[in-house]
Ligand binder design. Structure first.
Ligand code: URA
Length: 239
């Protein structure tokens, strides 16, 4: 059971505030009865009408996609490139939680739960995101420390990060490493390395909070387990 205004919001009828107005104005009926009391609860199986029209309710769903490179994370692309939604042909109207660049692969979460998505993307959430990165050149210890402490990207200073599993390939003159960050600003990882003089050659998100790519191949998607959804919610609240 959920508050009626929340159900209306989730169904895409109106914002929570507007939905409250609709209820108090007597425009909403539940199982044949007009409801004007805010806070009245209903369920997705109830018959809900707004202005006499039955609303379509979707089940709330959560997925993880192993995004391959070569897909944009927006729902439409001005250059007609393939979008991540082409890889997740589910009946619900889901959207990605945040973005991965066209040339980045890895964990991308999807949902139709706006509140959950907002909570995870909120700056206070600080959910860990772990990336494997290949960069040009040799990553020096002091540079790594700088990244860990936080670097100035012009518009903001990054939160503390951890850098580990650093391996230099002398023949190819590049370094592979893992980095954990707790934010998700636009091009954040690439910008962090650029700021300290390295170009990111390859980027893959291995983990988002408790969700990894374990058992998945590129392009695969699966529903999140309820305990994963709860854990993500708790991780974002506990930070
Ligand atoms: N940081 C980036 O620079 N790109 C991504 O896709 C994700 C994190």
């Amino acid at each position: 059971m959920e508050r009626l205004q929340k159900i209306l919001q989730r169904a895409g009828i109106a914002s929570r505030r507007k939905a409250e107005e609709m209820i108090t104005e007597g425009r909403v009926q539940v199982n044949g009865e007009t409801v004007t009391v805010l806070g009245t609860k209903a369920s997705f199986s109830d018959d809900i009408l707004v202005d006499g029209k039955k609303i379509k309710l979707e089940e709330i769903v959560y997925y993880v996609l192993y995004k391959p490179e070569g897909y944009v994370s927006t729902t439409k692309d001005e250059f007609n490139r393939m979008t991540v939604l082409d890889l997740i042909p589910v009946k619900e109207r889901v959207f990605p939680i945040g973005r991965l660049d066209y040339d980045t692969s890895g964990v991308l979460l999807f949902t139709n739960d706006g509140e959950f998505a907002n909570q995870l993307m909120h700056p206070s959430a600080k959910v860990e995101k772990e990336y494997s990165v290949k960069i040009s050149g040799l990553l020096r210890k002091e540079t790594s420390r700088k990244l860990e402490k936080g670097v100035d990207l012009g518009d903001f200073r990054t939160q503390p990060a951890s850098v580990f599993d650093v391996e230099y390939d002398k023949a190819k003159e590049n370094t592979t490493l893992k980095i954990i960050i707790t934010e998700g600003k636009f091009h954040q990882v690439k910008r962090m390395f650029e700021t300290v003089g390295h170009q990111v050659l390859k980027l893959k998100r291995e983990r988002y909070g408790c969700v990894t790519l374990k058992g998945m191949n590129r392009g695969d998607y699966r529903a999140l387990k309820i305990h994963e959804v709860k854990k993500l919610w708790n991780l974002s609240k506990n930070s």
